[in-house]
Design a protein. Structure first.
Length: 107
């Protein structure tokens, strides 16, 4: 921050450099330039804060999670029919090879 003595020295130098006729116009242009710089910096700060808030919002949001698939318990055994057991006598009676078909005699 400038002290009152520093501002007095700058004002005297500006009065000598620009003259009493041009000094109000130069001061007005300098004020407009300062206002533009302030508006631009405030706009930049607001945009950066908005981007940071949006990033925090995205980081806080988690996508919905699908429920896990239903898996049967390992200790549950499904009902499987028992294979048909054949006694030795039944196995002997059953012919494993079908009878051979005799070809027809030539005509």
């Amino acid at each position: 921050m400038l002290s009152p003595a520093d501002m007095l020295i700058i004002g005297a130098v500006a009065l000598i450099a620009f003259g009493p006729d041009q000094l109000p116009k130069v001061a007005r242009k300098a004020g407009q330039a300062m206002r533009d710089v302030q508006n631009t910096s405030q706009s930049f700060i607001r945009e950066m804060e908005r981007a940071a808030d949006e990033q925090e919002h995205r980081a806080a949001w988690t996508p919905p999670v699908a429920p896990p698939p239903v898996v049967p318990h390992a200790d549950v055994v499904p009902d499987v029919p028992e294979p048909h057991s054949v006694s030795a006598a039944e196995a002997h009676d059953v012919d494993p090879v079908p009878p051979r078909v005799q070809p027809l005699p030539p005509v």
